[in-house]
Design a protein around this ligand. Sequence first.
Ligand code: CTP
Ligand code: MG
Length: 621
Amino acid sequence: MSHADPIAEPSADLSNAALVRRMLALAWKYRFGCLQIIALQGVLLVLSVVGLTMLGTAIDVIRHAAVAGSPSPNFPFGWTPPSEWTPYRVALVAAGTVLVVGLVRALFSFWLAIVVARVVQLGIVVALRSLVYDKLQRLGFRFFDRHTTGSIINRVTGDVQSVRLFVDGVVIPVIMVLLSLVLYFVYMLRLHVGLTLACLATMPVTWLLSVRFSRKVRPAYERNRDLVDRMVLTLTENVRGVHVVKGFGREPEEIAKFDQASGAVRTQQHWIFEQVSRYTPTVEMLSSLNQAVLLGYGGWLVIQGALPLGGGLIVFSGLLQQFSSQVTRVAGIINSVQQSLTGARRVFEIVDAPVEISSPASPVRLPKIAGELVFENVSFGYDPTKPVLRNVSLTIKPGQCVALVGATGAGKTSLLSLIPRFYDPTAGRVLLDGVDLRQFELDELRRSIGVVFQESFLFSDTIAANIAFGRPDATPEQVEAAARIASADEFICEYPQGYETKLREGGSNLSGGQRQRLAIARALLLSPPILLMDDPTAAVDPRTEHEILDAMQSAMQGRTTIVVAHRLSMLRRADLVLVLDDGEIVDQGTHEELMHRPGPYRKAARIQVDFNEPEPLERAS
Ligand code: CTP
Ligand code: MG
């Protein structure tokens, strides 16, 4: 399988047989709806045969009346018209029946459409979509590192449709095709055995053709999904990166990139289309061969008087047409099988993806978290072969304020992300109050840690709702108190709607510093025993930074705080400074201590002193 983003370690059996089994189980869940659909389709099938029979009878009646010496009609369903009826009246009754049958058919078709919509679109699709979405909420960061946004979105929206295709495009049609083939076949045999065999002689060829066709087209459908993923990726990146694209005047290149992705999809679809266009006429040609046999042999039978014209030849011709259209449907069904297998694999990849980070069966509960953090020989890498943190050991006492410094790429963000278990260490362990993090209930652990990310994400909701994201039950007073500490209160109140101001997608109607202050307020509102801040003041001017730091001084009281920081003003306030270089702790101590010994810290700090503080700390080496 060549996916745009294959899962490195497929967790479960995703072979075709296993997938079919799982989808059958899914259909079984909806068996009552499916049975209803099949029953309705069965009624429609019978009605169409009844209508056809009535048509044939009417023709025989008319012929008998019009052509002297023609055979008398056979009436179907064991019914004979009273002898005083004129042939015209019989024909009218037949016509009336055809009309009524048509009306009833229309009603049943309408009913069928409603049932299909209810079972399939409102039942299966919605259930699957929320299953996948639910799973996405529980999956770890590793999963999102590995999969592109486009592919994930496609799986939730498009591929889920492929799974439902298995129910309404495979399971139900297979049953219907089998039922109708048997019905038509038996009816044709009853009309004339020899004619049936002669006319069906080409069916195996049609069948073989359809099987060969779908074999050829199957891989193309799989490839098609990948290409669509790539196109969506290009699109999402372009939309999300619109500032960068425009800022660098790269619109033409971006257009070319999208054209290329879209062109690849088009070429691929064109190829599929070509195959379909070649296949359909061939099958149609075969069916006209059938019609020729029917007219030649069947016509002779009618002339010989061995077969009635209407009830025999005409009905037979209708049945034959239906029969071959069912046989050609087989190709469509096989196609749907392929398409749904491809989609199902992508959906179940998410459903089955191992939740690498989860709560233990019997988690340890702490009455109150003091906030002591210990790293014991912790190593970590996003790719296990490329360590980002190496053998990190450190102890942070409860309530301490720790500053983390280091060059870009040193592993600061990575170190922080181990504490709320966004990732687990590849070796060693992280302890909170002496207990391995992996022994806590995950939600409980995360609720006791406030995180301000390096790039904060805001939702398209009100400011108040964004601040209260981790504590939806917070009162407006609590929200405002948190905002005041993060010195966000001032700018929020400048909006006419204040805290009820709606943010645009991603908070794009705020400045970078304002976004960051909301993120700080959001973390503070949790009132967590542990506070992690990844460069929280990177996007604010030095004056605001002082304000935030001063305000936060009180917020940090009694909390263990780890701050990724570059500026001396922050570093001076810290109880402990950890110097990280290339994934290793190379030095630690207070700002004063570190300034008194030669090393990367003093060297970097001196640059800032020279520049009179406003400059961020340069690379620490
Ligand atoms: N990295 C990675 N996969 C990620 C995130 C990071 O492979 N999902 C790698 C980066 O390429 C980098 C290393 O991990 O080499 C450390 O990254 P990080 O901890 O984010 O570095 P920081 O010290 O936080 O750098 P910065 O100051 O730029 O934020
Ligand atoms: Mg970082």
